[in-house]
Structure formats: C-alpha cells, structure tokens
Write a protein that binds this ligand. Structure first.
Ligand code: NAP
Length: 332
C-alpha cells in the first residue's frame, strides 16, 4: 500500500498549473499515540485553496514541499484514539493525499452513519454554512428585500439565493451562461437570473431591481461588485463572501469604482470568514437539513474522479466548468 500525495512545488502565478505541484508516492503513515489513520474518500474543491497555496491569509500559507491543504472526507482505517473507531466517516483538512495520520481532536468531525457524502460536503457542509451566516448574520436579509447573489449557480451562491427565497426575499442571481441561469430560475426558484457573459450586468440589475439592491451577496468581486454597488438601495448591505474574479490576478486589482455609493446610500460592506461561525455550525446545519429535506433547497454536485486529477479539478472552479459543488472522488 502506497500513499499518493500532491506536494506544493511553487507558488502559483496566474491560473493554477499542474507544474505548481509534484505528485509523489510515499509509504502509508503509521498513526502515533492519540492519532488516527484516515483513508481519503472525497475531496472538496474550494476557490480559497488558490489563496492557501499563494500566500499567508486567514491561515498560514501551505509551505513549499508540503501536502496541498484541502477539505475532505475519509474513513478511519486505524485508531489510537478512544473517541474514534475504525470505520467512522470523518470530515476535516485531509489534504490532497490518499492517507493521513493525524490527531482528530478539534481537527476531524464525525459524520452521522450513512450520511450522503455529497450532501455533507455541499449544502450541509462549509458552503451551506457560509451561505446561511453570510446572508442572515452579515447581510441581515429580511422579508420583502431584494437580494442579489453573484456566483449564484455555485455551491455557496445557490444556497444563499434559496435561503433568501425561504426568508421571503426576492432573489436575483448572476451566473455565467444560459444553462446555469436556466437552472437558477427553473429549478432553484430564483426570481430572475443575469448571464454576466452575455448581458450588461449593470443595465440588467437596473431593470430587475428598480428599487435597488438591499443585500448583495458577492462571491465574485471585480466588475460585478462594481455594478452591484452602483445599484445599491438605501441602507443596502454588501456581503463580501469571495472574489473569485480576482484570485488569479498577477497585479493588484483596482479598487471598486462605485464605492462612494455606500456613502450616498448609507450602505455597509462587510467581509466574513466562515471559520468564525463554526461554533454555531449546528444551527445552520439544522436549518439547512430541514430545508433540503422539505425540497426547499436544491443542490447540485459535480463529482470528478481520481486523486491524479486534483489540480485539473480545482481549475474547473476558475473556468466555471463546475455545475454545482465541485468534488473529487478519491476512493470508494
Ligand atoms: N468567506 C468565506 O468564508 C467563504 C467560504 C466558502 C466560499 N467562499 C467564497 O465563495 C465563492 C464561491 O465559492 P464556491 O466554493 O461556492 O465555488 P462555486 O461558486 O461553486 O464555483 C466557483 C464559481 O465561480 C464562478 N467564476 C469563476 N471565475 C469567475 C470570474 N472571473 N467572474 C465571475 N465568476 C467566476 C464560476 O461560475 P460561473 O460559471 O457562473 O462564472 C464558478 O462556477 C468564492 O469566492 C469563495 O472564495 C467564501
């Protein structure tokens, strides 16, 4: 038995390339005292991984030569920890590797037996929790308001827009391409969708949000953020969830041109990191699970296969090729 690992070879410059990493084979680690051995089953692909390998941010950067950091779900194959048994399914930062030995305390969460991995890693996972607290806690969306979501067909955005609907708001999504926009209105229940690749976003926002945008849940940044700032309603809130349009930038991106509208409209723009909300995760998961079960939240997963395809699968997020939550199946 060997352990395949993707190690960081160099910091990315522009879009992620395979040559930013080395694919190596080592021995399967032996768990030490208090540790468990985890067999990775499924990896989560997250835009923030581009940041983790590029620089220190809200977490220290992955060092050159280290295993690439990644959320994943795995099965315990050996345990020296009384709280974790062989066969338990756990979630945590497993990394891009087949096996990892680690101390599970505060690092791994057990999933309920039989929980579908795809659901636990999308609408009921980090993305769902992000959407929940981003919209309700940071954005403070209330019934009757107009909520606009960018990256709306993605793992986080699609849940944010559907929570907005559940809370009695009007939801307008911005996404790339006719098929994603069709899914938003026909299946996910958004009131309207804007195809930013084919439309003038600012003109479409003016048309669809004549009274202005009360909450803008931004996953994208760049020109789309600018267009939304221009259309802000009085006391509008801009939730900075992410800025994928600028994650691959090689130069400092320009600041938002229309920020002065925050002043004129007495608006607020606030960023957040979902990790800060983890002590309250059960609240979000409980609500989300109920809505999924009731068919009020639809989610899509896009499962690719094979650890050898990890860099290519992560790149799909930046090309918009993922249809819903991007996952990578590593083992059964
Ligand atoms: N603050 C937090 O704690 C937190 C937690 C989780 C995620 N996030 C952020 O949330 C955002 C979404 O993450 P996710 O995991 O849910 O991924 P996702 O939305 O499922 O996938 C990324 C999507 O971004 C869009 N995209 C890529 N490049 C773009 C560009 N140049 N301009 C506009 N759209 C672009 C693509 O959709 P289209 O086909 O529509 O272009 C792609 O499908 C990211 O910015 C991420 O960093 C933040």
């Amino acid at each position: 038995m060997k352990n395949r690992q993707w190690l960081l070879a160099r910091r990315p410059y522009g879009p992620i390339q395979d040559s930013d990493f080395n694919f190596v084979e080592t021995d399967v680690p032996t768990p030490g005292a208090g540790e468990v051995l985890v067999r990775t089953l499924m990896l989560s692909c997250d835009p923030t991984q581009r940041g983790w390998i590029a620089r220190d941010s809200y977490m220290p950067a992955v060092e050159i030569g280290e295993v690439v950091r990644s959320f994943g779900v795995g099965r315990i194959e050996a345990s020296n920890n009384p709280d974790f048994a062989v066969g338990d399914i756990v979630a945590g930062l497993t990394g891009w590797q087949d096996y990892v030995a680690m101390n599970p305390k505060d690092q791994l969460n057990k999933l309920p037996p039989g929980a579908p991995l795809e659901l636990a890693m999308s609408a009921l996972g980090v993305n769902g929790i992000t959407a929940y607290f981003g919209l309700l806690d940071v954005g403070r969306a209330v019934a009757g308001e107009t909520v606009v979501v960018s990256g709306a067909a993605g793992a986080t955005g699609s849940v944010a827009g559907q929570i907005a609907k559940i809370k009695g708001c009007r939801a307008v999504g911005i996404a790339g391409g006719a098929e994603k926009c069709r899914w938003l209105t026909a299946e996910a229940g958004f009131d309207a969708a804007i195809d930013y690749k084919a439309e003038d976003v600012q003109a479409s926002l003016n048309e669809l949000c004549p009274k202005g945008i009360d909450v803008f849940f931004d996953n994208v940044g760049g020109d789309i953020l600018d267009a939304a700032l221009a259309g802000l309603a009085m006391r509008g809130r801009v939730v900075l969830c992410g800025a994928i349009a600028i994650y691959n930038a090689t130069e400092q991106p320009p600041g938002p041109k229309n920020y002065l509208n925050l002043l004129l409209k007495r608006g607020r723009m606030e960023g957040f990191i979902v990790f800060d909300y983890m002590p309250r995760a059960a609240e979000a998961i409980g609500a989300l699970a109920g809505w999924v079960q009731a068919g009020r939240i639809k989610y899509r997963v896009d499962v690719q296969h094979g650890l050898e395809n990890a860099p290519a699968t992560l790149r799909r997020l930046f090309d918009g090729r993922n249809e819903g939550k991007q996952l990578l199946r590593v083992a059964e």
